[in-house]
Design a protein around this ligand. Sequence first.
Ligand SMILES: [Zn+2]
Length: 401
Amino acid sequence: MRRVFILAGLLAVLSHSEPAAAQGGRGGRGTPIKAGESCPPGTTEIRPRSCMAPELPPPSILDYRPRSTLVTSAHMVKTAKYPAIDFHGHPQGLLGTPEGLASMGASLDSLNVRMMISADNMSGERLQRTVASIRASEKMKDRVRVLAGIDFRNVGPGWAEKAVAQLEADVAAGAVGVGEIGKGLGLSTRKPDGSRLKIDDPELDPIWDACARLKLPVFIHTADPQEFFQPIDYTNERWLELALFGERRYPQDRYPSFETLMTERDNLFRRHPKTTFVAAHMGWHANDLPRLAKMLTEMPNLYTEVGAVLYDIGRQPRAAHDFFIKFQDRILFGKDSFQPEEYPYYWRVFETANDYFDYYRNYHAFWKLYGIDLPDAVLKKVYYQNALKLTPGIPRTGWPR
Ligand SMILES: [Zn+2]
């Protein structure tokens, strides 16, 4: 009797450890799971509630690069249909020398980017030197403008007066806005007593009021994609990026949460209705357009910018199209890191109705992009008219009507 049980148990073990190859294609032979359960690691669901391992060793996610066999119309767009203002420029070293400016100008010409706004947080002597270099360039003097940086170190008594005076000096030297206020504000910047400087700290209020008085848009980057604040497990859609770049992880024991930072940011926007804010990277809500729509509806002083979130715009072409139509007066073009070969991906998403094409950075997105096919009037607003409207310091002449 006992021996029979042992034999039955052994058979059951054998049938489960039978090589996957022998199970292939024969329905019902996989490892069963209960409704709502996930397949065990190394297997995939082949029939409802039945999981199986592939009979060949699977590639890692780095090595799996399927070639699409989709036959569909493809329109590469090398040059923007209308002249663009890159509101989120980081040309770094290129502005300081005639050669750097000339090389940037040649790249911008080939893309039809007419104006570069440098969001490199310049101030004081560095800003003056950069503006002098731009003004000395016959070709580029009307094609580059700079934003001023705010120094958030040592916020305490006397800080605001000094910061406002510096900002006024930077505007006199040629700054046309403020930014890019970096994610350090909120994530890491400390006050002299060691406490975290909150984005909505009232000690900062005079600087935001000064921006309203001086008619300076405030370009602000808060936090990072929400997945950077989540556990790095195999459900995290930014797993590869987080595994590649350790400094992008914000574990909860060392950093404020995504929602804490968003709450402080929204308090700031609400508390200063006369100040124009431009939330960089679509506020990191390009994956949650209903949330961004609610913010734009509730806060008339808020604008947003599309840099480095093309993967979220292009994966939802119908919702993104409708969003851009609805908020066409509130969205600015910006690219972030200056890589001339990457701009055409933006033109293609905005201007075409192409299906299923590659993004420029695989580690950002495990999916393809689709064009959102914006009408000409909306392209003009996103590419240059909205930036002109909020930034009196950008030269007004020469733009198409
Ligand atoms: Zn930036």
